[in-house]
Design a protein around this ligand. Structure first.
Ligand code: PLP
Length: 295
């Protein structure tokens, strides 16, 4: 990934009434070392983040990402981000993304330096990888046990399920395991056999004219891309639903996609070795929608 730009923010209190926060953004060299060795983000993965897709200089679904950042902060007992400050940081970062083509903006809020006075916050902008091939040709996935049951999030909120934390080592390990099994990506399932999400994406299934995704109350991230796509599908007359989906029914879907902010819609060509039909036309129209400016 080519890093183009990075700024550090002094996190503002939620009641800060300034209208312009840009004077407080400190630009840093994205290729130079920047974090203190005592940073809890690197020592413990103790922090949260967002990845925002940028298309032709337009940052997509900024409000939804900011709201999810605030949601993750609440779950992790981090100071609630001042949304206007972060919105302005996103706008500055977007102006450093390629004016044509795709970019990615990352927002990171960590608990800061050990025993330090304040959290650490920074925003980066980079060129996005070329995802054209996966959007067209699709991906093979395998199901992997996430190791907890459907009711775990309610019983054990300290697991921070549903927060977008910096602790993605498990998610990355799942993708490596999927590759060892000859697939490209994974779908997590609960130990009692229900579908959750992919390690870095949401899952959407189509049955006839109906589009379903696992209920986000099961300790998964509520994907901004899935939310946006469901709005669009409803606008053009399709039925959409959140459901508790048994893993045993996955292969019966008429079509399926993994959805995320930067890769967008990757059609699934096989689940656990069972081939799934790919609707190339529908997939192309979904990606055309996701590539259009979205707020
Ligand atoms: N689920 C997980 C675990 C993710 O990491 C992501 C994105 O990174 C998503 C779902 C999809 O979220 P979004 O569409 O907001 O990118």
């Amino acid at each position: 990934m080519t890093w183009r730009f990075a700024i550090v923010l002094e996190p503002a209190a939620p009641d800060d009434s300034r209208t312009d926060f840009t004077a407080g953004f400190r630009e840093i060299d994205p290729s130079a070392p920047a974090l203190s060795v005592g940073e809890l983000s690197t020592q413990r993965g103790d922090g949260i983040f967002e990845s925002i897709g940028v298309v032709d200089g337009h940052a997509q679904e900024v409000q939804a990402h900011l709201e999810r950042l605030a949601h993750s902060a609440r779950l992790c007992d981090l100071p609630i981000p001042h949304l206007e400050q972060w919105r302005q940081a996103v706008a500055v970062a977007a102006s450093h993304c390629p004016p044509v083509g795709e970019g990615v903006i990352k927002l990171i809020l960590s608990r800061g330096v050990e025993h330090g006075p304040a959290p650490t916050a920074w925003v980066t902008a980079a060129q996005a990888p070329d995802n054209t091939r996966v959007r067209e040709d699709g991906i093979r996935v395998v199901t992997l046990d996430r190791g907890y049951s459907l009711d775990t999030p309610g019983r054990a909120p300290w697991l921070l399920l549903g927060a977008k934390t910096l602790s993605y080592a498990v998610n990355m390990a799942a993708i490596r395991e999927a590759k060892r099994r000859g697939a490209d990506d994974a779908i997590f399932v609960t130990s009692d056999g229900f579908v959750l999400e992919a390690p870095t994406a949401s899952l959407v299934l189509r049955s006839g004219d109906r589009f379903v995704t696992p209920s986000p109350n099961a300790g998964i991230l509520h994907g901004t891309t899935q939310l946006s796509l469901f709005d669009h599908l409803a606008d053009i007359g399709h039925e959409t639903a959140y459901e508790t989906i048994p893993a045993a029914t996955l292969a019966q879907a008429d079509a399926a996609w993994l959805l995320s902010s930067v890769r967008l819609a990757a059609p699934i060509t096989a689940i656990d070795g069972v081939e799934l039909p790919v609707d190339r036309e529908l997939t192309a129209s979904i990606n055309a929608y996701l590539l259009s400016p979205r707020d």
